[in-house]
Ligand binder design. Structure first.
Ligand code: SF4
Ligand code: MSK
Length: 655
């Protein structure tokens, strides 16, 4: 029987643009994925190319039990076992993912320091309260000092976090006390972020660490240096400098592009340039310049996580998530795609060559052959942004007739920083997670789930996210989301309060309707998974749900993951005590023993563990089973009786 062809996407705008691409003979990531099947040996983590005696392939024969002799024979030229090879590959993914988030964090610190030193006038402290809180947390003197003096000390301390040779990362103290003890007992508390990543790269070099348990201790240290280090630094400092997000209404999908305006899409991950673009694209001189070229104005939209950053803080609309980057160009209406770092497919250049679209790289760490490079100068950010906007406007005049923008977009509410959630639940004057905890305890909310991560062209675009999230909210699990998963949810109409009535179980619907929140809360970009860690810690600290993150009725998932960053995030979630299930493919399937270490041993070590389930509904069921197991352990499994709100309870919730 011929294999049934998998649908490419569940998103209608994506399908419409794929049709247009096909009509015009333009190949996209979807076509390339069909043409090039993944190497099964590499996909299972059974290929080592860590030295020039290899590459060595040690595939596991499928469909039969391996004999001890066969297992013994599965070694590389140097004798490295399938377990070592699998663990090294996995650990290197953690190293690359942690490095990406952390290098993002470092750039943010550099801009923050320039601001504090008065070397750039375009950045400023937008959230003074957060600055002062950070100062207290980091032991920086406040006294009568100016914001910039305080900021400079914070910047220096943060910089030191990258190169710290000994001691513990400062933000480790943000975790529950019990969690810190678990890490200390296992010896996985990270020192400097750079040091942990360098050591992990060393230990995965040919002939170094050949005990997968020992190797994963370092893998965990590097992942924690990301989640409770590089990523957390990025989020906290970005909030200080660009503002802590609060609820904001916007729109999402390719339909946000406008036929009669200059369309400029900013794509990548770092917010500094995007922030400046958001400001300068509204400047009257810029708008006038656009009008002088025959456009009605400038339409700035985002793509991938840079999009999430400016959506969360300014409500800038989003054109799409990871797998839609080429399709935004296929509309023919995109005058410039401006990129910074991470998740930028080189394929956009080839697609752009079929249209007038300019691809502009802006970061010296991420250039692209054939694309125009316009450096983003942090000393003079507004001027850099203006030059880019002008280039997009100039290019508008070259737009051809071949324009088709799908008439598809969805409203969404974003901006749920952990601070905002506590204000919404507890009220402005007594911000607290107490009402959330109470509603988890009384069972209206069964538990919490972080559904995050990418799209992957090996699976139907957005389908895993949506099927999983719908199953979770139907079962009264409140979903926290970031990255491209959050965008999938928004496109499917799950990020508006009205979604509660339509898709949620009775208890969750009641809470969402009372507070006026959607059942899926957009918490930001991939680096903002650190917000989920802080929110989980706040829930623990508010009491009644155990004394560690691993006690919470909570789970995490990345049903359509593809990036190395997702593995780093997964590992810091697991090491923080979270049951974490991934979909699509599992990169250590070539070693049962190492996979068991991740799927079983880690639960004993950290209270959290990895799991793999490609069916998103079954994966959601696993998460719910885990949540129920935790409810039982807390003695609140009986509490899930239906209680209708009386007026007093509503008033209490509304704060
Ligand atoms: Fe092969 Fe060992 Fe070299 Fe890896 S390190 S490529 S297993 S010889
Ligand atoms: S952009 S890392 S595809 S979430 Fe952060 Fe999306 Fe994954 Fe990139």
């Amino acid at each position: 029987m011929p294999e049934e062809k998998q649908a490419k996407s569940i998103d209608k705008a994506t399908l419409e643009m794929l049709d247009k691409a096909a009509e015009e003979g333009i190949a996209t990531v979807f076509d390339r994925a069909e043409k090039m099947k993944p190497c099964p040996i590499g996909a299972d983590g059974s290929c080592c190319k860590n030295c020039a005696m290899g590459p060595c392939r040690v595939p596991l024969a499928k469909g039969k039990e391996e004999t001890p002799e066969e297992k013994k024979a599965r070694v590389g030229v140097c004798g490295a076992t399938a377990e070592t090879i699998s663990a090294r590959n996995f650990a290197r993914m953690i190293a690359a993912g942690s490095a990406s988030h952390s290098d993002h964090g470092r750039r943010v610190i550099e801009a923050f320091k320039l601001m504090a030193e008065g070397k750039t006038k375009d950045f400023e402290i937008k959230d003074e309260q957060k600055l002062l809180k950070l100062a207290l947390d980091m032991g920086v003197e406040i006294g009568n000092r100016s914001n910039n003096e305080i900021a400079l000390d914070i910047a220096n301390k943060c910089e030191n976090e990258f190169g710290k040779q000994e001691g513990e990362l400062l933000f480790i103290k943000n975790a529950p006390i019990k969690r810190q003890e678990i890490w200390r007992n296992l010896g996985v508390v990270p020192r400097g972020i750079d040091r942990e990543i360098v050591e992990l790269m060393h230990r995965t070099h040919m002939g170094v660490d050949q005990d997968y348990r020992n190797l994963m201790l370092q893998g965990t240290r590097a992942a924690l240096a990301d989640g409770w280090g590089g990523s957390m630094i990025a989020t906290e400092i970005q909030d200080c400098m660009f503002g802590t997000p609060s609820p904001v209404l916007s729109e999402i999908n390719l339909g946000v592009l406008k036929e009669d305006m200059v369309n400029l899409v900013i794509h990548g991950h770092e917010p500094a340039l995007a922030e400046m673009l958001a400001v300068v694209s509204q400047e009257p001189e810029m708008v006038k310049y656009a009008e002088s070229k025959g456009a009605k104005g400038i339409n700035l939209a985002g793509m991938c996580c840079t999009a999430n950053e400016i959506l969360m803080r300014h409500g800038v609309p989003i054109a799409g998530n990871f797998l839609q980057q080429e399709l935004a160009i296929v509309t023919g209406a995109l005058d410039a795609m401006v990129v910074d770092v991470q998740c930028i497919m080189q394929g956009i250049k080839e697609v752009a060559s079929c249209f007038h679209t300019k691809i502009i790289t802006t970061d010296n760490r991420a250039k692209m052959t054939g694309a125009e490079y316009m450096a983003f100068d942090e000393h003079n950010p507004k001027e850099s942004a203006r030059a880019i906007v002008r280039a997009a406007i100039d290019n508008y005049t070259k737009r051809g007739k071949n324009v088709r923008i799908p008439n598809i977009k969805q409203p969404l509410i974003a901006g749920f920083s952990h601070e905002t959630i506590s204000y919404l639940l507890g009220g402005l004057f007594r911000a607290s997670y107490r009402p959330l905890n109470d509603n988890i305890i009384n069972g209206r909310i069964r538990g919490l789930a972080g559904v995050v991560g990418c799209n992957n062209a090996r699976t139907t675009h957005d389908s895993g996210h949506i099927a999983m999230i719908k199953e979770l909210i139907k079962n009264d699990v409140l979903v926290l989301s970031t990255g491209c998963g959050a965008m999938a949810a928004a496109k499917a109409g799950l990020m508006v309060p009205e979604a509660a009535k339509k898709y949620c179980g009775e208890g969750l619907a009641e809470i969402c309707e009372t507070v006026g929140i959607p059942p899926v809360l957009h918490m930001g970009a991939c680096v903002d998974n650190s917000r989920i860690l802080i929110a989980a810690t706040a829930v623990v600290k508010d009491g009644g749900l155990g004394d560690d993150i691993s006690d919470l009725p909570a789970a995490g998932a990345a049903p359509e993951w593809m990036s190395e960053k997702a593995i780093a995030i997964g590992q810091y979630f697991v090491a923080s005590g979270v049951y974490t299930v991934f979909g699509t493919t599992w990169p250590t399937s070539g070693s049962k023993e190492f996979t068991n270490h991740l799927f079983k041993d880690m639960e004993e070590m950290y209270g959290g563990k990895w799991d793999f389930q490609p069916d998103p509904v079954q994966a959601a069921q696993l998460m719910i089973a885990h949540i129920d197991k935790k409810r039982k352990a807390l003695g609140i499994d009986k509490a899930r009786e239906r209680v209708l709100y009386d007026m007093d309870m509503r008033r209490e919730l509304e704060g």
